[in-house]
Design a protein around this ligand. Structure first.
Ligand code: GDP
Length: 182
């Protein structure tokens, strides 16, 4: 695995090398307010909506992308907004997920602890071959940083996860997260 980024999302990661049209269930997990919805909106629509409200319940968006090997991947992106309050339902939510993206906010060490909780949950209840990514979002807020980049990297490395810091606000690394070359 490439360290430092989610790179390498290609057909082989999903064990369906013959298929040219893959469906990938991708779930986002993380504390409320870390920017999950904004990351999805930035990726799917190329927009950042600073008025984005914390929604309750899961929302669902899909995005079809073409990979370099001409496979198309339809990401089914499940955003857990509010999900942390329904911890008992979580295993239902990430069942069948090929990719889980665990997001924290680099300006909140509490959200980083919460991310570690979700990683443990996924290791316990997720599919054994799930691709895990750790994302430190709000990287534009450097002056308020509470979580050193090295801490994110070290944790990801120890747990065999991809790692990247993003900003849904400036669009930094959002496409790299999904490894989309535009
Ligand atoms: P969710 O609960 O994890 O889905 O979080 P949201 O996507 O609703 O975002 C929560 C708040 O964080 C909103 O006010 C966003 O405007 C803000 N936000 C999200 N991503 C970023 C980012 O990358 N940088 C900054 N500065 N603010 C962000």
């Amino acid at each position: 695995r490439t360290s430092g980024r989610l790179g390498g999302l290609n057909s082989e990661n999903f064990g369906a090398i013959d298929s040219k049209n893959l469906r990938v269930k991708l779930v986002l997990l993380g504390d409320s307010g870390v920017g999950k919805s904004c990351i999805v909106l930035r990726f799917v629509r190329g927009q950042f909506d600073p008025t984005s409200k914390v929604t309750v319940g899961a929302s669902f968006l899909s995005q079809t992308i073409a990979l370099q090997d001409s496979t198309t991947v339809k990401f089914e992106i499940w955003d857990t907004a509010g999900q942390e309050r329904y911890a008992a339902l979580a295993p239902l939510y990430y069942r069948g997920a090929a990719v889980a993206v665990v997001v924290y906010d680099i300006t909140s060490s509490e959200s980083f602890s919460k991310a570690q909780y979700w990683v443990k949950e996924l290791q316990k209840h997720g599919s054994p071959d799930i691709v895990l990514a750790l994302v430190g979002n709000k990287a534009d807020l450097e002056e308020k940083r509470e979580v050193p980049i090295q801490d994110g990297m070290d944790y990801a490395e120890k747990n065999g996860m991809f790692f990247i810091e993003t900003s849904a606000k400036t669009a930094d690394n959002i496409n790299q997260l999904f490894e989309v070359k535009l």
